[in-house]
Design a protein around this ligand. Structure first.
Ligand SMILES: [Zn+2]
Length: 315
């Protein structure tokens, strides 16, 4: 038995050494006493961790085993304390698929819609994940959904710290986005409610809700914002991201007002102010398509006359 354990420890250590060095490129930034951001390389997924007297609270567990191990190493470099909670800001695999590597945690905490999405969309979600991260990325994967869920707000009182987990209020990036707010330190871990210097993926959510969620973030008065992807942000960056969402919606609306079809809108849309953002060229048409669908839906709803026939959809 002892020998077996020794071998498995050896193999675990060996597997750590075999993590490709290219993957070990995230940076850990200290934001305040005991509060750290784990910033992914080149805009890949960010995490965070908060060290309390009791133990460590992890925000977003990363997507692959290698990245989760790298996050754990980042934590171990700072403290020997155990991880007591893992928080998932939303269901996307790059933020949640590392859950299984934090089995020592007392609970994995998320919005109830996040738990539901992870379970109900499992198959399609994994396929989409593998497209981004490669066929082998889910080797050994076990779906590990949240074990503690809430709907509006949950406060963790841990070792003298107050950590608020707050629902963004409705569909935004997904239908279960929460942000982590440290009132005393004026720090927010925003998950994918906020991007810096990169276009967002909006397919799963609602662009108007995404804009309102940024207002929620700003209303807290926080000074430091850890986005879901990209470098640390401040109030101005959050305002700029909200500006992108507003400009995107206004421009799609304008083009539709000129009678453009979906294909024409996708082809013609330009928002040069954001031309330097990562993914500008390939995701702007996708973002526009999302807004186009939303506007049609809203028009359809608005045109419906109770008791009468709904007006035909404008193509
Ligand atoms: Zn996401």
């Amino acid at each position: 038995m002892k020998k077996k354990k020794a071998i498995s420890i050896f193999l675990a250590l060996l597997s750590l050494l075999l993590i490709p060095s290219a993957m070990l490129a995230a940076t850990v930034e200290r934001l305040a006493e005991g509060v750290y951001a784990f910033i992914g390389k080149d805009g890949s997924t960010n995490s965070g961790f908060i060290v309390t007297e009791e133990g460590v609270i992890v925000i977003d567990s990363q997507g692959t085993r290698q990245l989760a191990e790298e996050l754990k190493k980042g934590i171990r470099d700072v403290t020997p304390k155990p991880v007591i909670y893992v928080v998932n800001t939303h269901y996307h695999g790059d933020h949640t698929f590392g859950n299984q590597y934090f089995s020592e945690a007392r609970a994995i905490i998320a919005h109830e819609n996040t738990r539901r999405a992870l379970i109900e969309r499992d198959k399609a979600h994994k396929e989409r994940f593998k497209k981004f991260f490669g066929e082998e990325s889910l080797f050994g994967f076990n779906l590990t959904p949240p074990t503690l869920t809430f709907t509006d707000k949950l406060t963790l009182w841990s070792g003298g710290r107050k950590v608020d987990l707050i629902f963004a209020g409705g569909p935004a990036h997904t239908d279960g986005d929460i942000f982590v707010y440290l009132a005393a330190e004026k720090i927010i871990f925003a998950g994918d409610l906020l991007y810096k210097g990169r276009l967002p993926l909006l397919n799963d959510g609602d662009t108007a809700g995404a804009g309102s969620a940024v207002v929620e973030l700003l209303n807290t008065g926080a000074q430091i914002y850890v986005p879901g992807h990209g470098p640390l942000a401040d109030k101005n960056d959050a305002g700029e991201y909200m500006g992108y969402l507003n400009d995107l919606r206004a421009e799609v609306k304008r083009l539709m007002g000129e009678g453009k079809t979906l294909e024409e809108v996708k082809k013609e849309i330009k928002l040069p102010k954001y031309g330097g953002y990562i993914r500008y060229a390939d995701w702007l048409p996708l973002n526009a398509e999302k807004v186009y669908a939303e506007i049609l839906r809203v028009e359809q709803e608005n045109r419906y006359i109770p008791g009468g026939e709904p007006a035909p959809l404008k193509k």
